[in-house]
Ligand binder design. Structure first.
Ligand code: NAD
Length: 342
């Protein structure tokens, strides 16, 4: 069977256009068609060589579309994923899985019922730097891992839009499901699971609405603990100027520490160092700094589409657990998690 996968995209906005479409191209796959009600988005897809449909049915009817990347605003993930699973397409759905936990539960149920190949697009699992970190942790270089410390922040004000002329759905609780916490923390929660090989089991959080003038949280601190006792702390924010250091991931153990700078995000590169717990010496950790996490994610999803044995990187039940952590974090913070609070 042809290794090149025929892709469809539902929601051809910022992340689809700037990161996923280039990833599909670089992997040697092809973008067959998109579905998007927005004229500007459809024009951008046509410029990329894809057929553009105003509705999902048109995309589903395309036999050459094998795998579909869902990148609509969060509250629309559920409807698209349920329809695509029922139609027998493989689905790679953006994070967070949904705007509301109940929607994520329904999506996982649809995956169970149809047996569809479903994955949430946690692209940072596929960042070569993060893979190198996981390999060193597995090899025991850190000894017993005691803590993961994450800073993942940006500046997102009321006027921010990823695509000119479109609304800022991220600050609408009904469409986004929350603010910085639901948008940014899923990456870190999933990375803890990926790096340590076990999910966070317990979680607490505080949110803030500190520097922006909108209805969702503009910052959050989350603390968690895995089943075996590793601690995790995440500071996520929409209120951090982009010019400041704001993408940092550290894993600390009894024998050493891994520090990653500017690896969390959509682009290739960043740096990873290992510091020895014996003498404090720091060395660079080598990884492929040319491959973006989106390219690697497309490659891995394509391999798994052709070979079901390679599907371990995707698991709707695991992603549902991450959504439950998000809901519990909002509950612990005492703040409404968008639609769940309605
Ligand atoms: N993994 C990452 O690093 C990353 C980065 C950015 C965004 N995301 C996620 O990707 C998703 C999209 O974010 P974005 O920033 O690209 O948003 P965006 O606003 O730039 O794009 C959304 C697109 O969806 C389209 N759309 C709206 N309603 C639709 C419908 N019913 N059917 C099909 N398309 C519809 C819009 O016209 C627009 O083109 C969100 O879930 C977001 O959380 C992930």
């Amino acid at each position: 069977m042809d290794a090149s996968v025929g892709w469809g995209i539902v929601g051809y906005g910022w992340v689809a256009r700037d990161y996923m479409a280039p990833g599909i191209r670089a992997a040697g796959h092809h973008l067959v068609a998109v579905a998007d009600p927005g004229e500007t988005s459809r024009a951008a897809a046509e410029a990329e060589g894809a057929r553009a449909h105003a509705d999902l049915a048109g995309l589903i009817a395309e036999p050459a579309v094998e795998a579909v990347y869902v990148a609509t605003p969060n509250h629309l993930h559920r409807g698209a994923v349920e329809a695509l699973c029922a139609a027998g397409k493989a689905v790679l759905c953006e994070k967070p899985m949904a705007a509301a936990l109940a929607d994520a539960e329904a999506m996982a149920a649809a995956v169970r019922k149809t047996g569809a190949f479903y994955g949430t697009a946690f692209d940072q699992r596929h960042h070569p730097g993060h893979r190198a970190m996981r390999d060193l942790i597995r090899a025991g270089r850190l000894g017993t891992v005691t803590a993961v410390r994450i800073v993942y922040a940006c500046w997102l004000d009321r006027a921010w839009t990823s695509f000119r002329g479109q609304d800022n759905w991220r600050i609408d609780p009904a469409q986004a499901g929350g603010g910085a916490l639901i948008d940014l923390a899923p990456h870190g929660l999933d990375l803890v699971d990926f790096l340590l090989g076990e999910p966070i089991a317990e979680i607490a959080a505080m949110t803030q609405a500190r520097a922006q003038d909108y209805a969702v949280d503009d910052g959050a601190l989350l603390i968690g603990r895995t089943g075996s006792g590793a601690l995790a702390q995440l500071n996520v924010a929409y209120n951090c100027p982009d010019a400041l250091p704001r993408r940092r991931l550290e894993v600390v153990g009894t024998k050493g520490m891994l520090s990653a700078t500017d690896t969390m995000g959509q682009t290739a590169g960043g740096s990873v160092t290992f510091t020895s717990g014996a003498d404090g010496r720091t060395e660079d950790v080598a990884f492929d700094t040319t491959a973006s996490p989106f390219l690697e994610q497309v490659r891995a999803f394509g391999r798994a589409l052709r070979d079901p044995a390679a599907r371990v990187a995707w698991d709707a039940e695991r992603d549902l657990h991450t959504m439950r952590l998000i809901a519990r974090a909002y509950a612990a913070a005492g703040k409404p998690a968008g639609r769940d609070a309605a």
